[in-house]
Design a protein around this ligand. Structure first.
Ligand code: CAA
Length: 381
């Protein structure tokens, strides 16, 4: 097994590293304090090709495999997980679902804008009453003569207030996962309202929204799939890989900041990096970061070889998200009191990574999915 990156992968990683250093790192703390990333960053991400990874060039994509995607996400999240999340959702969940399931017209309508970053997508699955139990969602799409009428509410929708298109999951049939369809809803449609959710613990630069659909009328060709639940689960398999890659980046950022600080900060007449208990913290952080990266790369490798990877994606997401929280928490321990104020980045790493054990399937859901794969017993029934 060769874990050496190809020249192409190394160059892409270097490009993402430079972009992050120049365009993200200098602003990340301000965006966090102001609860708003500068939206002008999104077309810059597009122009650099980061919003077209894995999408055909015919639709403005920049190609590349799943490993390339993970490398870019790691670099970006090292600078700001909130920016990583914009990419994971707009490209990973929305554009890639359109590329996989869309008609030619749907691809031509949405992919060029999404890959360029002149348009943004959101993934409207979660509802106030259905988080983990996504198959029970209540938003309804009623068939009309010319299309569908959507009514319902969504919550915690990343990119929600920024989005031009909402990949929306709504019930067209009976109860349970089988009755769900997926729609591409332009967000300027009458009756669509996105309201910003402020005061998040982390990922504060992201536009997270509550969305209401009040008699939102869409034509027949807004239907992306009448097997909406399967589409969502497939999108989330890759989404979990991308969250894991982002967690690796955040953990690496916390480790790098801690190493630098531990070599500079002196106590008892010497740098604290010389104390064995500080070294233990740093060693644990390094091992967990590398282990998370290897689990993530395994998913990318399986996906690139067109093999099944759902369970491995759950493993990577579970481990990387929990590890990133532990690593960021250790970073605060290394920084001491300075880690507790936002002059230094490590508190932000902890706040930002905390949500990764919740969204795109909680850690408990990942464990149940892994348990189901191991035992053949379905805890959800
Ligand atoms: N790939 C393809 N098909 C899949 C699949 C997958 N990974 N997982 C399930 N399916 C299929 C099943 O095969 C089944 O089809 P058949 O009946 O034809 O066999 C159908 O989908 C129903 O599957 P389940 O029986 O597993 O359905 P369930 O209701 O028991 O699912 C669950 C339970 C797996 C826990 C699911 O509800 C789940 O993943 N919950 C977590 C939800 C989640 O991750 N939400 C994230 C919100 S989005 C977000 O966070 C984005 C953001 O903005 C940041």
């Amino acid at each position: 097994m060769d874990l050496t990156l190809s020249d192409e992968h190394r160059q892409l990683r270097e490009l993402a590293h430079r972009f992050t250093e120049e365009r993200i790192v200098p602003h990340a703390l301000r965006w966090d304090r102001e609860e708003a990333i500068d939206k002008a960053l999104v077309p810059m991400l597009g122009a650099t090709g980061f919003l077209g990874l894995g999408i055909d060039e015919k639709y403005g994509g920049s190609g590349g495999d799943n490993l390339a995607y993970c490398l870019v996400l790691e670099e970006i999240a090292r600078g700001d997980s909130a920016v990583r999340g914009i990419i994971s959702v707009s490209l990973g969940l929305v554009a890639k679902s359109i590329a996989k399931h869309g008609t030619e017209e749907q691809k031509q309508r949405w992919l060029p804008g999404l890959t360029a970053g002149t348009q943004i997508g959101c993934f409207a699955l979660t509802e106030p009453g259905t988080g983990s139990d996504a198959g029970s969602l209540a938003t309804k799409a009623t068939k009309t003569d010319n299309g569908y009428l959507l009514n319902g509410r969504k919550v915690f929708i990343t990119n929600g207030t920024w989005a031009d298109v909402a990949l929306t999951f709504a019930r067209t049939g009976g109860p349970g996962p089988k009755g769900i369809s997926a729609f591409l809803v332009p967000t300027d449609t009458k009756g669509f309202t996105a309201t910003e959710i402020k005061g998040k613990l982390g990922m504060r630069g992201q536009a997270t929204a509550e969305i209401t659909f009040e008699d939102v009328e869409v034509p027949d060709d807004a239907l992306l799939s009448d097997e909406g639940f399967k589409l969502a689960m497939q999108a989330l398999d890759k989404g979990r890989m991308s969250v894991a890659a982002g967690c690796v980046g955040a953990a690496r950022g916390a480790l790098e900041a801690s190493l630098k600080y531990a070599k500079e900060r002196e106590q008892f007449g010497k740098p604290i990096a010389g104390f064995q208990l500080v070294q233990e913290l740093l060693a644990d952080m390094a091992v967990e970061t590398d282990a998370a990266r290897l689990l993530t790369w395994r998913v990318a490798d399986l996906a690139d070889r067109n093999e099944k990877f759902s369970t491995e994606a759950s493993m990577a997401k579970l481990y990387a998200s929990e590890a990133a929280v532990r690593v960021a928490n250790n970073a605060i321990q290394v920084f001491g009191g300075y880690g507790y104020i936002d002059e230094y980045p490590v508190g932000k790493y902890l706040r930002d990574t905390r949500v990764t054990t919740l969204y795109e399937g909680t850690s408990q859901i990942q464990k149940l999915l892994i348990g189901r794969a191991l035992t053949g017993i379905n805890a959800f029934q």
